[in-house]
Design a protein around this ligand. Sequence first.
Ligand SMILES: [Zn+2]
Length: 433
Amino acid sequence: MSKQFSSPPLTFDCAFESGNIGKVVRTETNAYDIYIRPDTYQEKWRLWFYFRVTGVRAGESVCFSIMNINKKATAYRLGMSPIVRSTSRPKWERIPEKYCFNYTDPRGKAKNPIVSFLFKFDNERDEYFFAFCYPYTYSMLQRFLSRVTAAGLPYFHRAELTQTLMSKTVDLLTITDPAVDDSGKKVVLITARVHPGETPASFVCHSVIEFLISSGPIPEALRRAVVFKIVPMMNPDGVYWGNYRTNGLGHDLNRKYLAPRPDAHPVISAVRRLVRALYMDEALPLPLEPDVVDSTPLENAETRLALVVDLHAHSNCTGAFFYYNANKNDPVRDAAEKAYPTIVGRLSRPFAAGCVRASTDSGKDGTMRRTLENLLEPSPFTYTCEVSCFGGLLDGTTSGRKEVYTPDSYMQIGRDLMVGLAEYLSLDVSGRS
Ligand SMILES: [Zn+2]
């Protein structure tokens, strides 16, 4: 016999961009078990959730339990909590830490992590949205880029790199000062959001773009010295579906750089060809049609492609840091490769606790960073930049004071990355051109 409850149920849905909820089970009058929908065609990834609740009763407290997170260790163990907004309070806020509980399912042998949180509704006419982290959808990006494009800035150019399997346009932005000849400039490639659930990466990338098109001595000096190529969202399909890790076919695109298939990974195939063109200083006819990539290793001692930064977010770590390709046998190159992250670590608080990490495990084979290292000689300095989905620990311990990140925190990180780049390149930022 099904349980009897003393009030009508709440209404749940995720019928909007980036929404994700799989199943809801009411277990008590004021308690619901929530199951994340796994990534499309990929049962093993379950972390991003984003759902709407309506039909609430004002003053009622409800316990929501996220039942099927696939990761044993997430920042929930450090005090992270889901975020909420409502019609009346449209700015995202974190659920207070004291109302969020991270524990292991006592009923199962698999030691599934469960996150439960309490929330008290305050307005029965409101819609309430709950999410893993601050959403940043493909539509948000398109609106932002449309505004920038409409401004007609001479140093900003937007092109279509290619299309996804769902026929969504993947943008390629070029930012540089057209009054300065490109031949003397370095080239910096910035990519973001290959992993759709890592939304903070989009806020970082958004502010990088905003900073680079702004006026001021540092962005102006950067535009004179650098051609920036930016792919701000590499996995729009996964973002649209509300996936955590994969594209619409359930493939982790940041493990497909070695041999991207044009029929399954057209964006990775296009980014590989973009890197090749930038490295060899060749023109690229856009937009790119899906094609097999040429995997011949390349050499170009004169290449202008100096830096590649792939923006990600981390669901377990705190703060922010760079993974880099360590060079144990070449200490000079190793020190040179660590210079940019070290500068960022000095001027940006989230990076201060440990700005650069070597990563040599085989699980990272097929990432952009690892692939470029093996394909290009000399390879550009290539980094995976990770920012916490949660926040930072101010004294570097798990019990210390916390700084909980907001979208503004991520935007500051984006500006820090660019200020650090100007310092790394020893640019004259006195304002004289
Ligand atoms: Zn990632």
